[in-house]
Design a protein around this ligand. Sequence first.
Ligand code: AGP
Length: 611
Amino acid sequence: MCGIVGYVGEEDAARVLVDGLRRLEYRGYDSAGVAVHAPSGRVEVRRAVGKLRELERALEAAPVHGKVGIGHTRWATHGRPSEVNAHPHVAGHIAVVHNGIIENHLALKQALISRGATIASDTDTELVAHMIAEEGAEDADLETCVRRALNKLEGAYAIAVLSDREPGKVVVAKSSSPLVLGLGEGEMFCASDIPALLPYTRRMIFLEDGEMAVLTAQSVEITTLAGEPVERDPVTIDWSPVMAEKAGYKHFMLKEIFEQPRALEDTLRGRLDREAGDIHSSEIGLSEEDARSIQRVVLLACGTSHHAALAGRYYIESLARVPTVVELASEFRGRGAVIGEGDLVVAVSQSGETLDTLMAAREAKQAGAKLLAIANVIGSAIPRLADATFYTHAGPEIGVASTKCFTTQLANVLMLGLWLGRRRNTLPEERAAELVEALAHLPQQMEQVLVGTRQLVANIARHHVEARDALFLGRGLNFPIALEGALKLKEISYVHAEGYAAGEMKHGPIALIDGHMPVFVLAPRDSSFERSIGNLEEARAREAQVVAVATEGDEAVRAVADDLIEVPAVLEPLYPLLTVLPLQLYAYYVADFKGTDVDQPRNLAKTVTVE
Ligand code: AGP
């Protein structure tokens, strides 16, 4: 989850690096630093704890000018946030930035100390710098030193390295952590993620695990760690830099909430076969034979993606009648889960880089399961591992709290259910056609909910801003939405919140309810409606402040709720894509009124690439 940027060219490297790091802020960080080849011939380092502004202050106080450099934003994994632990780390003639975790760091540290090294920080990264420096016999070039050192490391890394001795060069390498190379005219870049490079180039190459590259202003040479040359054509990334900016909204999260109609449209584009009432097979990436032969679907995910996976179970079971289970990736890994041939594993991940999901998916694939990725970041690790990928096309999501990626994930798991159902003859053509048609109209209905409820939800949030707890209740497809509403509120406003299957309320959580507790009841006119209203009444009888999310014009609900948020009437499977919207807005406004760091909430990182 650390951010890496590297530059070789004719521009002021420190400026390019800080600019790139700013575009990676969404990954979460606690300190930052740059290393630049100064005209003196030395690599000079500036580091600071806190936001990038602190690093800029350090650079203003002691400017460093040069045309080659590496930069880093750190999210602490080994050693607390501090300047000495911030990257780049220097050993002898070497400076290194690193994203990931070196698993054999204890053994490496002991060995280095026994050979006389002085280790200044608590980080595993500094050990990498020492290891590379140790390989630096006069005849060895930087890439050879890096290659030799990496062969002794175990764990996950993306690194960028500079050497005093080779001023026009940045060497990068990767294993498990993401790294993308950017190809410019007379300048080359590297970064942990695409948005850092968008203002400079759209021609990019994704480095694969076990590969390294040498970047000079004129060239990029990729090899394996064993030294074998690798030929790979660049891909053109069509995200515009503006897409990665706030576009006038106060926070990225609010912008992304309002981008959902557009994001859904992009995700549906080219996939709905409205004539046949079907989903185009070419988009899913699995064969017709796969669809018919799978005996079970296993959805793997973490956090918000796990909530989309829970909805996926409802869709796949009801539409395709395939037994389906949902697993938290962190609980699936390493427990010896029964999985293998005949299973379709669907790994759901916005980033495509979440370590637990990646490892769980790898384990399942090794056991013989077919692996389908549902991811947002093109070319990320999980899609690269998967047999097929069904991308969400939500565009870059900068806010740490996932919003547009969640609703596009819901769309993808629904489309997957539809596609499977049609091929397994469990979903009649007319019903499929009805769903496909309804999906096509959904972006417009999302817009209606967002625009129509924004002020009301802000008022409700203002009213409850001091509430210390909140409860979210839903049944069926709205149970994952209740979980998601609670997660959103927790992560950005730091309010304790519980999401519950409404039917479970009387088995415990009802004891929490008093007159200070806002209780959100998701009660659209679906097959659970009567029972949901029963739960609403139970909460009301205990003096809860009831906020109902219900179908437009539902006077019965209006009569029993303190506040009513209306969504248009849609087919039952589509309600979650609408009922979640006011919950996202509620979490956003509570957080904004409290003045928390909405886009980068404390202790959280956008992409969790550690266990
Ligand atoms: C979402 O709001 C969270 N920040 C988090 O739960 C996230 O969904 C989780 O870390 C999984 O990430 P992924 O989708 O990139 O795998």
